[in-house]
Design a protein around this ligand. Structure first.
Ligand code: FEO
Length: 398
């Protein structure tokens, strides 16, 4: 495995091949926790790994250098998948100073016993010389935690970008041009949708600041390093930050006795017009991680649920709760579903759309037990409305 980014700058992270659940994120391709060692007159470790893999990290460091020669440990982000190994690392490196911003120091003190650690507080406009290389720091608050920070090496045009531009993607290769770039991009999009989407405004600010830096290589804390497609991932982030929509429609549903499913199929058929990417998603045969990734670049979405004990189906409740947190911007939607008595799930979904401030394209479409020809006609109309919205949004370029 090629681990060398530049001369004496090496990847020393951990490939987590078997993880499939990352605080509810479905990591179908596993994950990596990237850590980097920069050896110069002074030596710096950039980020660590998840706690259980601290010994593995120390073994990789010992293979490259004398642990007593590591002068700095930079912590760009306090979340435990990157900082979890810090207690073991700081205990094993007798001469290391922990370099982070003030918010990160405070967050680390809430997670760990940091009373014996030496700290050097940095942030935007601060830098540390390692000899022939410099570490420059850029605070990136809420991308995606308050203390998040980038570290930049100007002599190498190399950005250590923490979670930003990352992917949950276990592979034996460390670089974008050693894997399928389509897969890396798809995982980066999934990562953005599920982790970073609520912070689009902050991402726009960060991209603006990063645009002032010459960047040849982006080394995130997860997944492959962007060295051949750095410009492509920056451009993709510019689109994702504003939830730029394609000519795309989703029909997302859960069903009991196929009434809502037949309505979903009727809406989907009507939305499936030339030039429109219309997708049908049965929530219990998909997962929330995939749903978020599809929502990110979709213009219009129909949500449908059968009514179960006066409420929407549990899978739809989970989906809407999840999307409530992710706050996809600029979307349009409508509600549909069957019911037997009570007000029904479609009413509750419609209320959710209003509270989330989505543009609601029609009144909720409801079927009493079974969809009638009139209900199917409403579904066909809804499908056309969804397709029209998608076409309009895509033609405007958002
Ligand atoms: Fe990969 Fe926000 O931690």
């Amino acid at each position: 495995m090629n681990i060398t980014l530049r001369e004496n700058i090496d990847w020393v992270g951990y490939v987590d091949w078997t993880v499939r659940d990352f605080h509810s994120y479905d990591t179908a391709r596993g994950a990596t926790y990237n850590s980097y060692l920069v050896r110069d007159t002074k030596t710096a470790l950039i980020d660590t790994v998840k706690g259980p893999f601290g010994e593995d990290l120390l073994g990789k460091l010992a293979a490259l250098t004398d642990l007593s020669k590591i002068d700095y440990v930079v912590c760009n982000h306090a979340e435990p998948d990157h900082a979890g190994a810090l207690p073991a690392v700081m205990a094993a490196l007798p001469n290391a100073t922990l370099v982070c911003n003030k918010r990160c120091r405070d967050a680390l003190a809430l997670h760990f016993d940091t009373s014996t650690w030496k700290f050097q507080i940095v942030g935007t406009d601060k830098s540390i010389s390692l000899g022939s290389r410099t570490l420059q720091f850029l605070d990136t608050p809420m991308v995606h935690w308050p203390e998040s920070m980038f570290t930049y090496v100007p002599e190498e045009k190399l950005l250590f970008s923490m979670d930003a531009f990352g992917q949950h993607y276990a592979t034996s290769c460390r670089f974008d041009d050693e894997v399928s770039v389509a897969t890396a991009m798809d995982e980066a999009k999934t990562y953005y949708a599920n982790i970073v989407m609520p912070y689009g405004k902050q991402v726009v600010s960060v991209l603006e600041a990063a645009s002032k830096l010459p960047i040849d290589m982006i080394a995130p804390s997860h997944g492959v390093i962007w060295r051949s497609h750095a410009a492509d991932i920056l451009a993709a982030y510019a689109d994702w930050a504003i939830c730029r929509a394609k000519a795309k429609v989703l029909v997302v549903y859960d069903t009991m006795w196929e009434s809502t499913e037949r309505m979903a199929q009727a809406i989907h058929r009507a939305a499936s017009q030339p030039g429109i990417d219309a997708q049908l998603i049965h929530l219990r045969r998909s997962n929330l991680t995939r749903l978020a990734a599809e929502v990110l670049d979709t213009a219009a979405i129909a949500f449908g649920s059968a009514t179960l004990n006066r409420c929407m189906m549990p899978a739809m409740g989970a989906a809407l709760t999840y999307l409530d947190g992710l706050r996809p911007a600029g979307k349009a939607g409508l509600a549909f579903g069957s019911y037997g008595w009570g007000r029904g799930a479609a009413i509750a979904i419609d209320r959710w759309l209003a509270q989330a401030e989505w543009d609601i394209l029609s009144r909720p479409i409801r079927a009493l037990y079974r969809p009638t020809p009139e209900v199917f006609d409403q579904c066909r109309q809804a499908g056309k409305l969804l397709a029209e919205r998608a076409e309009k949004v895509a033609s405007k370029g958002n």
